[in-house]
Design a protein around this ligand. Structure first.
Ligand SMILES: [Zn+2]
Length: 137
């Protein structure tokens, strides 16, 4: 069952692939508050990671639930219209994400994915960030 109303759905579509999305800004702000510095969208790294902690060799991706197909998330469901088209497209996104993570891990990067829906609960992502990021350096 498609639980997302059409307005929210079109909102999802519009946000596809855009940079500096709201969830990304939330994460950046929190990371900053925690006292970490990072680089944005390094083009020389696979997948152009959203946040890069060069010295610690850590990377954070902030993924939109729809575009990156968050499993078991209501926002990750493909639209009902042109379903085959979307399934194929979204599946290839997911595969590409997996390839990107594999490449990064192979080159000794640690990768954390924060999902769009998680950014609605800041307490939770603060904990996630604190667990992932190194002791303040
Ligand atoms: Zn989600």
């Amino acid at each position: 069952v498609d639980t997302i109303d059409p307005i929210r759905r079109s909102e999802n579509m519009r946000r596809i692939k855009s940079r500096d999305t709201v969830p990304e800004m939330i994460v950046r702000k929190l990371v900053h508050k925690l006292g970490f510095r990072f680089r944005l969208h390094r083009k020389d790294l696979p997948g152009r990671p959203d946040l890069v902690f060069v010295a610690a060799r850590k990377i954070i991706f902030v993924h939109g639930c729809f575009w990156h197909q968050h499993a078991k998330c209501a926002d990750g469901r493909p639209p009902r219209s042109r379903k085959q088209y979307w399934l194929r497209k979204l599946e290839s996104n997911k595969k590409r994400d997996q390839v990107v993570v594999r490449k990064l891990v192979k080159s000794n990067w640690q990768v954390l994915v924060i999902w769009e829906c998680e950014t609605r609960e800041q307490g939770k992502i603060v904990k996630k960030l604190k667990d992932f990021l190194p002791g303040r350096n």
